[in-house]
Design a binder for this molecule. Structure first.
Ligand code: ADP
Ligand code: MG
Length: 677
C-alpha cells in the first residue's frame, strides 16, 4: 500500500501526478512524508490598518464594491475593494476571470496573503480566501507545502489528506519500543496526521518532536555504522611522503599559509596510515583548498597510484584540470579530463589509457562514477565542493579501486559541532585562514535607485582593466514573475545601453557545455569585461582579476548562497566589491542583507542562515543540500540530537542482539543519503 504509486489515489490524474513527481513524490508513503514547510496560523485576525507590509496577513473583511474585470498588460485582472472598518484594501486576481463571480458586496470573507502598498493603496494579490462561515468552522493551522509550478496548495492538501485517510493504518514504527516509551514519543501514525493537520499547537509540537527524533535517529545510526565499517573492514594502502615533496611545494607560485601547511600535514599523515583515509577538508571560499588537493594528488601519484578529482560542474572541472596540468608538467605526471562533453572517441582512448595505468590523474564531473570508468590502480579520490554530491556518489567513486583514500573538500562552512554530526563518518581538517594580501570584500546592500551609480562604478573598474560578474536569478524573461531580472534580456539590454562598447556576455546552466566552457575560458582570459550569469558560477570558479559582483534580486538567494557568490571576487590582491540589489523590505530579507554587509566570516554566516531559515531549507534544497533533512533543524533541534546520539551509542554497544529488526531495516530499506544531484 505505502509503496504503491500515487496514481492509485482517487482523483489523481496523470497531469497532477506528473507535477508531484517533480517534487520527488512517487509513492503514497512519499506523499504522506512530504511535510509542510510551515503552517499558516489563521487563528489571529489582523485589522487592515495594522497589517504588516510585504508579509502575510490574516484578514477578515467585507466586500464593498462589486468585482471588475479588465486587461492589464495583456493579462486578465479581477479586482475589488474590501474593508474591515479600520481601512480599505484592494483584492486582485490574475488570469482567473471566474473570480469575478465568486465575491459579492456585503459578504464577509477571510483573506490570507501578502499585503503590499502600491500607489499609496493597500492590496493583496491572489490571496487564499474562504467565506467567514467556513473560516469559523475550520482548524486554524493550515499546512503550506513547498510547491512547484501549477500545483496549488489546495491540491497538495487534498491529496495528502486522502493518502493519510486510506493508508495511515499501514505505517509502522521503526524506533524500538523501549526508546519510544522512554522518551514519551507520540506514535508514528498520530505524528504523521498531526504534522500535516494538527488539532492544536501542542499536538503539532509533539508530532514534530517525534518525527525529528526519528529522522535524526536514523541518520545518526547510519553514520555510526558507516564510520565503524570504514577503517576496520577496508584494507587501504600506505602512501609515504615522497622525497621530492618539498621540491614540488617550492614550485608553487606562493608560500602556503600556516593553515594550509597544517592541513597538508594532517592529510599526509592520514595517507601514511594503513586503512583508507576518509577526510573532509573544510575551508571558506578563497582559503586555497585546491593546492592542498594538488599536494595530496602528488603524494599519491609518487607512490605509484592513480588519483581522481571530481567537481560538481564542468566549468570547475576544466579549471582544475588546467591548473593541475600546468602544475605537474615539470614532474612528468599525466593529467586527463573526463566530462559530459568529452566525445565518445576521446573517451574510448582515455578509458583505455586509464585502464593501462598511463594516466596518473583523472579530473572530471560525475561522468567519473560511471561503471565503465576503470582504473589500473586507484589510490585517492577527491571530491571538490562535496556538499554538491550525495554521500552515495562519494562512496560509489570510493568503491572503484581497492579502497582508495578519500578526501572531500567543501566551502560550505558549517559550525563545527554540526560538521561532526553531518560528516560523522569522516575526519575533519579546517583551513581557517585566508592567504595574505587579500583586502576584505566591501559589501553594500542597495535598492534600484542606485543603478546609475552602480553602472558608473563598474565602468570605472573595467577601464582599469578589471572584470565584473552580474548575477540574476533567472535565465529567461518570465511573465509570471514580475520585477525579477533574467540573464538573457538583461545582458542584451546592458550591452545595448549602459555598457555599450564593453564586452558583455552571458552564461547559464541551460547552455550547451561547449558554449559554457568557451564563455568561462574567455572570461578567465580577460576577453569579457562583464559576465551576466545565473548561479552556475557559484561554486569554485576562480578568476582573480574580477573585482565586482553585482547580485540582482538579492532577496531571492539564501545567505550561504550569497556568501558563495561573493567568494567569486576578492580572490586576488585587488580591492573587491559585492553589491546586493533588492527592493524588498521583507524583514527576513533585510536581516540577511544586513549580515552580508557586516561580516565576511563564512561560519558566522552559516550560523545565521541556519537560524533564519531552519535546516529544512538550508540542507534540503539542491543548491545547499548536504543531507536531505525532511524535518529536523540542525540548529534548533540540537537538544534532540544529543539525546539521539546517546541512544544510538547505547544501541551500538548492545549490538544486533535485541535490535535485529532495526538493523535489518537499516540494511534493507533505509537510505538517508540519496544523491543530491
Ligand atoms: P578555494 O578554497 O575557494 O577552492 P582556491 O583554491 O581556488 O580557493 O584558491 C583561491 C585563490 O587563492 C587562487 O587564486 C589561489 O591561487 C590563491 N592561493 C591559494 N593559496 C594561496 C597562498 N598560500 N598564498 C597566496 N595565494 C594563494
Ligand atoms: Mg575551490
Amino acid at each position: 500500500m505505502l509503496k504503491e504509486s500515487i496514481t492509485t489515489l482517487s482523483g489523481m490524474g496523470e497531469q497532477t501526478a506528473k507535477r508531484f513527481y517533480r517534487l520527488g513524490i512517487y509513492t503514497i508513503a512519499e506523499l504522506m512524508e512530504y511535510f509542510p514547510k510551515k503552517h499558516e496560523d489563521r487563528s489571529k485576525v489582523t485589522p487592515i490598518e495594522a497589517a504588516v507590509l510585504d508579509e502575510a496577513n490574516n484578514i477578515v473583511a467585507t466586500v464593498i464594491k462589486e468585482p471588475i474585470l479588465k486587461k492589464v498588460n495583456n493579462r486578465v485582472m479581477v479586482s475589488f475593494e474590501v474593508s474591515d472598518g479600520t481601512e480599505q484594501m484592494t483584492i486582485i486576481f490574475f488570469e482567473q476571470p471566474y473570480m469575478k463571480n465568486n465575491f459579492h458586496v456585503g459578504l464577509i470573507y477571510n483573506f490570507y496573503g501578502t499585503v503590499k502598498l502600491k500607489y499609496n493603496k493597500l492590496n493583496m494579490v491572489s490571496p487564499s480566501y474562504q467565506t467567514l462561515e467556513k473560516y469559523t468552522q475550520q482548524t486554524k493551522l493550515i499546512p503550506v507545502y513547498a510547491s512547484t509550478y501549477q500545483l496549488s496548495q489546495f491540491i497538495i492538501r487534498k491529496h495528502i489528506k486522502n493518502a493519510i485517510d486510506i493508508a495511515i493504518c499501514n505505517v509502522s514504527d521503526v524506533i524500538p519500543t523501549d526508546i519510544v516509551a522512554k522518551h514519551n514519543l507520540m506514535p508514528k501514525r498520530q505524528a504523521i496526521e498531526n504534522i500535516h493537520f494538527p488539532k492544536d499547537d501542542a499536538s503539532f509540537v509533539e508530532a514534530r518532536r517525534r518525527l525529528v527524533f526519528e529522522e535524526l535517529f536514523l541518520l545518526q545510526l547510519s553514520l555510526y555504522i558507516l564510520k565503524s565499517d570504514f577503517r576496520q573492514k577496508q584494507a587501504g594502502t600506505v602512501k609515504q611522503s615522497p622525497v621530492d615533496l618539498e621540491a614540488f611545494v617550492e614550485t608553487l607560485p606562493f608560500k602556503l599559509t600556516a593553515a594550509q601547511q597544517r592541513v597538508v600535514k594532517e592529510v599526509a599523515a592520514d595517507l601514511k596510515l594503513l586503512g583508507a583515509a576518509n577526510r573532509l577538508i573544510q575551508g571558506d571560499v578563497g582559503s586555497g583548498k585546491t593546492v592542498v588537493a594538488a599536494i595530496a594528488l602528488f603524494i599519491v601519484v609518487r607512490n605509484g597510484f592513480q588519483s581522481t578529482l571530481m567537481a560538481p560542474t564542468e566549468v570547475l572541472a576544466r579549471q582544475h584540470f588546467e591548473f593541475l596540468e600546468k602544475t605537474f608538467e615539470a614532474f612528468d605526471i599525466s593529467v586527463a579530463l573526463l566530462t559530459g562533453s568529452t566525445t565518445k572517441k576521446q573517451k574510448m582512448g582515455l578509458l583505455e589509457k586509464l585502464a593501462k595505468g598511463d594516466i596518473d590523474i583523472l579530473v572530471g564531473t560525475h561522468a567519473l562514477i560511471e561503471d565503465n570508468v576503470v582504473y589500473a590502480k586507484l589510490g585517492l579520490v577527491i571530491t571538490d565542493e562535496q556538499h554538491r554530491f550525495g554521500v552515495r556518489q562519494r562512496l560509489s567513486l570510493a568503491q572503484k579501486g581497492d579502497f582508495p583514500d578519500v578526501l572531500a573538500m567543501t566551502a560550505t562552512p558549517i559550525p563545527r559541532t554540526l560538521a561532526l554530526i553531518l560528516y560523522g563518518d569522516m575526519d575533519i581538517s579546517t583551513i581557517d585562514e585566508l592567504p595574505p594580501g587579500r583586502t576584505p570584500i566591501k559589501t553594500n546592500a542597495v535598492d534600484s535607485r542606485y543603478y546609475a551609480r552602480i553602472y558608473k562604478f563598474m565602468r570605472e573598474h573595467v577601464s582599469n582593466g578589471r572584470q565584473c560578474y552580474i548575477i540574476c536569478p533567472m535565465v529567461e524573461e518570465n511573465e509570471k514573475v514580475e520585477n525579477v531580472k533574467d540573464v538573457i534580456s538583461y545582458a542584451e539590454k546592458l550591452q545595448a545601453e549602459e555598457f555599450a562598447g564593453l564586452a558583455v556576455e552571458y552564461l547559464h546552466g541551460k547552455m550547451k557545455a561547449k558554449d559554457k566552457n568557451k564563455i568561462m575560458e574567455r572570461f578567465a582570459n580577460g576577453e569579457i569585461d562583464i559576465l551576466v550569469s545565473t548561479t552556475v558560477v557559484e561554486v569554485g570558479v576562480n578568476v582573480p582579476n574580477a573585482t565586482i559582483i553585482l547580485i540582482e534580486n538579492a532577496e531571492r538567494f539564501g545567505l550561504s548562497q550569497l556568501h558563495q557568490l561573493r567568494g567569486r571576487v576578492g580572490r586576488g590582491s585587488y580591492e573587491s566589491f559585492c553589491i546586493l540589489v533588492s527592493d524588498s523590505y521583507n524583514k527576513d530579507t533585510r536581516a540577511r542583507l544586513k549580515i552580508m554587509q557586516e561580516t565576511t566570516d563564512g561560519f558566522k554566516i552559516a550560523d545565521t542562515d541556519l537560524q533564519l531559515r531552519g535546516s529544512g531549507e538550508f540542507f534540503g534544497t539542491r543548491q545547499h543540500g548536504l543531507l536531505e533533512m525532511k524535518i529536523a533543524n540542525m540548529y534548533t533541534d540540537i537538544d534532540v540530537l544529543k539525546v539521539v546520539q546517546q541512544e544510538v551509542e547505547n544501541i551500538m554497544e548492545a549490538g544486533i542482539y535485541g535490535y535485529s529488526d532495526l538493523f535489518n531495516f537499516m540494511q534493507n530499506e533505509y537510505n538517508p543519503m540519496a544523491p543530491v544531484l
